[in-house]
Design a binder for this molecule. Structure first.
Ligand code: PLP
Length: 438
């Protein structure tokens, strides 16, 4: 398949008075400059025409949630059945976005609340999200940060980035920094290089991750220069966002190959979207194509409760059904973890079908993917260790400095032998409030 298809050639010719060469088309800046943001342009390029009533509704939607799509991503739309096309559905506004459900939330993940410094979301003990860009090359209709899309005030300048860097520098618990946004790869190489250099000078930052949809919507952004720059700051991991097998094209394969050959480990985070990929066969085909291109499926997200996404939401049962169709049926590393990002900021909660049927002190009863019910015999002898966290005296050899700095939280803490906590209680528990009043 040629990287520059006749479809793309046609589009390019329509877009510009001047001749568009293949090297124009593959220049990511050309793609950005020629991003489609107006309804008329979209119609003209695809040769489709919405009815007047529909256009009015779409215009209203655009005022609230703007449109932006790269010529490359647009070229993937199958115009013969565009209303059901997965690329169209992810890129083109639907009037349904204005229907705010009664359970929708502006910031369901409480990212703004869990932000101790500009651009930082610090939710988990050892890692942070660092929003280094609020711009994207394509505005995903299902964006969880929809409230911020197109918001120019939010583009962080160098001083804001410095605040985030200071926060990370001053918090030695942070060993993992996720560059997020927007899309961090919208930044010019030299700017990203600067951020990565600063981060690398912080001793406790062990790994850096980049979350970017560029391999999907603007694969030409991934070029030799970028990969060379990223390599200076290893270990750097990159997570991207393919939602449908049709997004895997010659150009995106090439982008993934450059990254993988450059030694950047790749992961994928999909969102389960009604009408796009809520189908076990589609998801199976997607994960197979991903691993073929050395991308490890990482998360499958339940669509969250952000405003304007209700038409994309599926029941949780659909996600569990998809997991049931993957686990055991295909290679273990092709199976993502299905998660709900907890409303209110609880973080990602994994969901899997149940495989544990029952247990006694001697036996565990399990079922497999085929429905076979089986038993596992517990060991007759197991010397249970009482863990007092005196790792120096333990026969299990950890022998690492700092080993005792670790402090457990949550359910892990309830299980710990060395901790006297016997229950976790919500702060507004009525029963405890009565006790306090006594
Ligand atoms: C998803 C997320 C992370 C990273 O979580 P992992 O499970 O380690 O990939 C970190 N911080 C925030 C706020 C997140 O939403």
């Amino acid at each position: 398949m040629p990287i520059y298809s006749s479809r793309q050639q046609n589009l390019a010719e329509q877009m510009s008075e001047e001749p568009v060469s293949m090297s124009n088309w593959k220049d990511w800046r050309w793609q950005l400059k020629n991003s489609i943001q107006r309804l008329e342009t979209f119609e003209n390029l695809l040769g489709i025409r919405f009815q007047e009533k529909e256009r009015k509704k779409i215009d209203l939607t655009l005022k609230r949630f703007p449109l932006s799509i790269t010529p490359y991503y647009l070229s993937l739309i199958d115009t013969s059945d565009y209303k059901n096309d997965p690329v169209y559905l992810q890129a083109f506004p639907s009037p349904a976005e204005l229907e705010i459900g009664k359970n929708d939330m502006v910031d369901p993940l409480a990212e703004d609340k869990d932000s101790p410094a500009k651009g930082i979301t610090h939710r988990y003990p050892d890692r942070v999200l660092f929003h280094v860009s609020n711009v994207c090359s394509m505005y995903c209709r299902h964006c969880t940060r929809k409230r911020k899309v197109g918001d120019v005030d939010f583009i962080p300048d160098q001083n804001q980035i410095r605040e985030g860097l200071d926060y990370i520098r001053n918090n030695p618990v942070i060993r993992d920094v996720l560059l997020s946004g927007g899309d961090p790869l919208m930044l010019p190489d030299h700017y990203l290089d600067w951020i990565l250099t600063e981060l690398r000078q912080i001793e406790h930052v062990e790994i850096i991750r980049i979350g970017s949809r560029m391999p999907v919507v603007l694969p030409y952004r991934i070029n030799d220069d970028l990969v060379k720059m990223l390599q200076k700051h290893q270990p750097v991991w990159l997570n991207t966002h393919f939602n449908h097998p049709r997004e895997i094209t010659a150009s995106s394969r090439q982008a993934l190959r450059l990254l993988a050959d450059g030694g950047i480990p790749l992961g994928n985070q999909s969102v389960l979207l009604a009408g796009v990929n809520d189908c076990p066969r589609i998801m199976r085909s997607l994960v197979h194509k991903l691993v073929e291109n050395r991308v490890r499926p990482y998360y499958l997200y339940q669509c969250d409760l952000s405003e304007g996404l209700s038409h994309f939401r599926t029941p949780v049962g659909k996600g569990v059904e998809i997991m049931e169709s993957l686990i055991g049926h295909t290679s273990g590393f092709s199976v993502p973890t299905y998660v709900i990002d907890a409303p209110g900021g609880g973080g990602k909660i994994p969901l899997t079908p149940n495989y544990l049927i029952s247990l006694s002190t001697n036996k565990v009863v399990l079922r497999n993917y085929e429905g076979v019910i089986t038993t596992y015999q517990e060991p007759e002898k197991y010397e249970s260790n009482f863990c007092d966290r005196k790792c120096d005296e333990c026969h299990l050899q950890l022998k690492l400095e700092d080993a005792d700095e670790y402090c457990s939280t949550g359910i892990e803490r309830l299980l710990a032998d060395y901790d006297k906590t016997i229950s976790l209680t919500p702060i507004d528990n009525d029963r405890f409030e009565r006790r306090n009043n006594d």
